[in-house]
Design a protein around this ligand. Structure first.
Ligand SMILES: Cc1cc2nc3c(=O)[nH]c(=O)nc-3n(C[C@H](O)[C@H](O)[C@H](O)COP(=O)(O)OP(=O)(O)OC[C@H]3O[C@@H](n4cnc5c(N)ncnc54)[C@H](O)[C@@H]3O)c2cc1C
Length: 395
């Protein structure tokens, strides 16, 4: 009796080949590719599938906003990786290869856009100049006084929450186990080596742990004793009432590219307009580094609405139905952290994709699975090495 009363069962210990922490778009893509490679995968999320930033963004899959270099190479690989997913997944995720139209308001903006497009073309991007007077052939509702634009046929769109959910479902069909509502509270170690994770309910031993915790990736890294500088960059989206197929392509202003690649902490807004399958229009985008502040900013929303109406005047007569916000996982050099962490063998990272984590998730999952299974990676991973910031000090 006395012994029984004193007995405290320890957490159950289970095992698998790979634990993926995080069931957002990136974790879901990692889980899918790892399970597809034949590994026994367990996905652990403290919330629900797509309950993090993935459920709070838009679904642009863009090459048009990437400058030549490692991120553009990753984006081009991701286009391929999205197209190579099972058709049942991409159909259910509303993957739509609708193309993107970037418009310039002034001659200066058009010159910048033309220079960027030339460099992108040399890197394998398709970019077709559109003269001012032909813009409305592509987007009839555009303002008549724009300087010109560039059409990017490779840009696509997806519904992020559906993408994560259907990738997770596809991983489960390949044997993956999914544990929602379970926070990872500790990382198991044997010396420097990472050997699994601990949640309040169980310990899970695994040869590999993948940190796909998005903007919370730094917290997971810290549990494993390493530093990873992922910071929140807040963004708002305005959602209009359903208006039907008003906007045909990914549509955004040339100034958006500068905002994406900037590092300012202050508020930046530039119009990104996306029609959805349900007929609503999503209006972005804002960027600001204000920590995890969840208060709605009328300043940001009003600026976004004004910019969008300048581009598409008819939006001035459409009602906004709601607004929401999310925290992009910002990386100080604007490149995600992908691959093995040499400071903690067994630990892999797949986070820090900032405002492109939906688009880049497919390639990230593929690359992580290739590296974990010891296959040659489809891209060199050096530019994305998670330990590249070591000794750089705080961002
Ligand atoms: C307004 C806005 C617009 C955007 N638009 C686009 C766009 O058009 N195109 C694009 O590509 N990207 C866009 N993004 C960026 C994109 O949403 C993110 O880059 C992407 O969602 C990141 O996905 P993730 O899977 O890395 O992170 P998340 O979706 O945040 O997933 C991380 C998961 O980790 C879990 N987690 C955290 N800590 C723990 C723990 N201790 N234990 C267990 N689980 C844990 C969380 O619960 C969460 O579910 C936008 C973002 C915002 C805010």
């Amino acid at each position: 009796m006395g012994d029984c009363a004193r007995y405290r069962p320890g957490p159950m210990t289970e095992s698998c080949d790979v634990v993926v922490i995080g069931a957002g778009a990136v974790g879901a893509a990692c889980a899918y590719h790892l399970a597809e490679a034949g590994l026994r995968v367990t996905v652990v999320d403290r919330g629900s599938v797509a309950g993090g930033t993935t459920g709070a963004g838009e679904g642009n899959i863009l090459v048009s906003d990437k400058e030549p270099g490692p991120e553009l190479e990753l984006a081009l690989l991701s286009l391929r990786a999205w197209r190579e997913l099972p058709p049942a997944v991409t159909r259910a995720a509303e993957l739509d290869p609708k193309g993107g139209l970037v418009v310039a308001a002034t001659a200066d903006e058009l010159a910048g856009l033309t220079t960027l497009a030339e460099a992108q073309r040399a890197a394998g991007v398709e970019a077709v100049p559109v003269a001012s007077e032909r813009l409305t052939e592509l987007e009839p509702e555009l303002a008549p006084d724009l300087a010109g634009g560039m059409f990017y046929p490779q840009d696509m769109q997806v519904q992020p929450m559906l993408a994560a959910a259907h990738l997770i479902a596809a991983a489960r069909r390949r044997g993956a186990r999914v544990l929602p509502g379970e926070p990872v509270a500790g990382v198991l170690r044997a010396g420097e080596r990472v050997t699994g994770v601990r949640t309040p309910r169980r310990a899970i031993a695994a040869g590999v742990v993948v940190n796909a915790a998005g903007v919370w990736g730094g917290e997971i890294a810290a549990l494993a004793g390493v530093e990873l500088p992922v910071l929140p960059r807040r963004g708002f989206i305005l959602v209009t009432e359903p208006v039907g197929p008003l906007i045909r392509h990914k549509l955004y202003a040339a100034s958006y590219v500068g905002d994406v690649h900037g590092s300012s902490e202050g508020l930046e807004t530039s119009p990104v307009i996306e029609g959805t399958a349900s007929g609503t229009i999503l209006i972005g985008s804002s960027r600001e580094r204000v920590g995890f502040d969840t208060r709605l900013s009328m300043t940001a929303l009003a600026q976004m609405a004004r910019h969008a109406i300048r581009l598409v005047p008819v939006l001035g007569r459409v009602r906004a139905m709601r607004a929401y916000l999310g925290f992009r996982p910002y990386s100080p050099d604007h490149l995600p952290m992908i691959g093995a962490d040499r400071r903690a063998p067994g630990l892999f990272h797949a986070c820090g994709h900032e405002g492109a984590g939906i688009g880049l998730s497919a390639a990230t999952g593929l690359l992580v699975a290739e590296q974990v299974t010891g296959r040659p990676t489809s891209l060199p991973l050096a530019a994305f090495a998670p330990d590249r910031f070591a000794g750089a000090g705080k961002p």
